[in-house]
Design a protein around this ligand. Structure first.
Ligand SMILES: *Cc1c(COP(=O)(O)O)cnc(C)c1O
Length: 220
């Protein structure tokens, strides 16, 4: 199947309320161009410098998402243009994003990354760290970032019940936060969960944003 056919099939599965971020990190420029020609505009990358290079040579109406582990000294590369940073996992990182966004007179939308998987290797906050960040007075002072939701990766396993339990747990936290009074720069709208291997489970559990790489860009 072609990239255009993959996009069409996956979008039909997702329905209108779930945004597809096409993860292009392992794909050549030609593949991004093919998806763009098919009308796709949201793309995800996980390396700040690679993303900056792509941004510079690709059409300017692409909405770029940062999905990788973010180092503070790399924020400056993407601050001028990034649509959404999915992977904020500390106050120090958020402060750096705020500082860089201020230089460009922007407010950068961010998701807080949660650790829900069994694997220790995955990044993210646990529930108590999440609440600590959201309730901190410091967060209220940041004027150039906005927290718009949560992101997480499930355990990489064939056991769908494990994945489902992890996604459901995150949705519960998300819904709990939605009904709370939070700082004015926090608005729980986006739940970014689901990749090529588990997006169907994720949307059944309430995801409204999926990050899909291989299922979009492989031509098997
Ligand atoms: C690479 C990556 C994806 C996409 O993975 P696929 O399995 O190729 O769909 C999604 N989210 C994150 C955080 C990633 O690093």
């Amino acid at each position: 199947m072609s990239i255009a056919e993959n996009l069409k099939r996956i979008k039909a599965e997702l329905g209108e309320d779930v945004l597809l971020v096409a993860v292009s990190k392992y794909s050549p420029d030609a593949a991004v161009e093919e998806a763009y020609a098919a009308g796709h505009r949201d793309f995800g990358e996980n390396k700040a410098q690679d993303l900056k290079e792509r941004y510079e040579k690709m059409p300017k109406d692409i909405r770029w998402h940062f999905i990788g582990h973010m180092q503070r000294n790399k924020v400056k590369y993407i601050a001028p243009f990034i649509q959404l940073i999915h992977s904020v996992d500390s106050m120090r990182l958020l402060e750096e994003i705020d500082k860089q966004a201020a230089k460009h007179d922007r407010v950068i939308p961010c998701l807080l990354q949660m650790h829900i998987a069994k694997e220790e290797t995955k990044f993210g906050l646990d529930e108590s760290e999440l609440f600590e960040m959201l309730e901190s007075d410091e967060l209220a002072t940041l004027q150039h970032v906005k927290i718009v939701g949560l992101m997480a990766m499930a355990t990489n396993t064939e056991q769908t019940d494990v994945v489902e339990q992890e996604f459901k747990g995150l949705t519960e936290i998300f819904n709990k936060l939605k009904s709370r009074k939070l700082h004015q720069n926090v608005s729980m709208e986006t739940l970014s969960m689901g990749m090529s291997g588990d997006y169907k489970i994720a949307i059944a559990c309430g995801s409204n944003m999926v990050r899909i790489g291989s299922a979009v860009f492989s031509n098997e």
